[in-house]
Design a protein around this ligand. Structure first.
Ligand SMILES: *Cc1c(COP(=O)(O)O)cnc(C)c1O
Length: 356
């Protein structure tokens, strides 16, 4: 008998890949399960992508993504050489794990965090050194002192939404000064404090951000890392050993313009933060416990209602939220902040479920 799995490389057999949130094509769906931005990208971004589609697609894109990296650098007040751009921050994270974390020692990360970190560990044969969040589901940086091959945290954390002050990030960088500390800032634009301003002082700091959330460009697949030149060079070595053109011409044009349209960015992120505060008040009023959030989502649980049952009840009303069947958070729902109308629909449905 030919065993189909015998075609697979042995290392692949034990891998547990990441499970992305559902992307069903259901009309009228209130989709609050994958932390996308409820607003479309800037009209200027759409125009730039259309213009890029009119001209030059027969040519390869710039492998250095020079114009985009300069736009990101200008926005953050750093040098273009301190920026590495990739096909979504997931790709940037994967390259960073490969480049910095394979030292034969565990990489420290929270027990509850972005689950892709453990997936990259599996892919690259890195041991995950799990550090539990405290009882309030917060990262306690004092727990990150043991010898390690690196540290990765999300700030604000996902899926809890809770952010750390920069003083804590600095403590971490000093405690682990001989290892790369990777700070994934996917949600930082919704009220967190970015560590990008610290890169000139810490040679071990790598900050990763994405255009998928606060720039409304999840469909374009653009993310970046910021760090000192020696870290960026390592990422360039990995990229050019893997795929020299991770960002296509449309992505480069759209992402660059997203950084140029600052007014649109400011107004949409302010709208999301304002809706988050209203949603948090409304859900608290229904008896939900709401974790403090500096992200575009809320992590909530109801003392009298099972989270899986609530998720199923919402789904019947065509409202999707995320429920993780994971220890410590199985009674929580992660709810992305939608438009005011989507938030109102969610609150109305929750009210019916918790009172019915
Ligand atoms: C969404 C998310 C990412 C992935 O972003 P992409 O740029 O879309 O790949 C990375 N880290 C965290 C914590 C996220 O929530």
């Amino acid at each position: 008998m030919s065993d189909a799995a015998s075609f697979w490389s042995p290392a692949l057999r034990g891998l547990v890949p990441y499970t992305p949130g559902e992307q069903p094509l259901i009309e009228g769906l209130v989709k609050l399960n994958t932390n996308e931005n409820p607003y479309p990208p800037s009209p200027r971004v759409i125009a730039a992508i259309s213009a890029a589609a009119q001209e030059g697609l027969q040519l390869y894109p710039d492998p250095q993504a020079a114009v985009l990296r300069q736009a990101i650098a200008n926005f953050h007040g750093i040098a273009a050489g301190q920026v590495f751009a990739g096909n979504g921050s997931d790709e940037v994270l994967a390259h960073a794990f490969f480049a910095f974390f394979r030292h034969g020692k565990p990489v420290l990360m929270p027990d509850i965090s972005y689950s892709f970190y453990k997936v990259y560990c599996g892919l690259y044969g890195i041991e995950a050194g799990i550090v539990p969040l405290d009882a309030a589901l917060r990262i306690d940086v004092a727990q990150y002192r043991s010898p390690c091959g690196g540290v990765v945290i999300a700030n604000p954390n996902a899926p809890t939404g809770t952010g750390l002050p920069l003083a804590d990030i600095e403590q971490l960088l000093q405690q682990q000064s001989r290892s790369v500390v990777l700070v994934d800032e996917a949600y930082v634009d919704f009220g967190g404090e970015s560590a990008i301003g610290l890169i000139s002082r810490y040679p071990n700091l790598l900050v990763v951000q994405t255009l998928s959330k606060s720039r409304s460009l999840a469909g374009l697949r653009v993310g970046f890392a910021a760090g000192q030149r020696h870290l960026i060079e390592a990422l360039e070595v990995v990229k050019d050993s893997f795929n020299s053109y991770p960002l296509d011409r449309l992505a480069l044009a759209g992402a660059t313009t997203a950084y140029e349209d600052r007014a649109y960015f400011e107004s949409t992120r302010a709208a999301v933060m304002q809706s988050r505060e209203g949603l948090s008040r409304d859900l608290s009023g229904l008896g939900f416990e709401v974790l403090p959030s500096q992200a575009n989502f809320l992590m909530v649980c109801h003392p009298a209602h099972d989270a899986a049952a609530l998720a199923a009840g919402l789904r019947e009303q065509r409202i999707l939220v995320r429920h993780f069947r994971l220890p410590r958070i199985e009674q929580y729902l992660r709810i992305s902040v939608g438009t005011p109308a989507q938030c109102a629909a969610l609150v109305q449905a929750c009210r019916a479920l918790v009172s019915g």
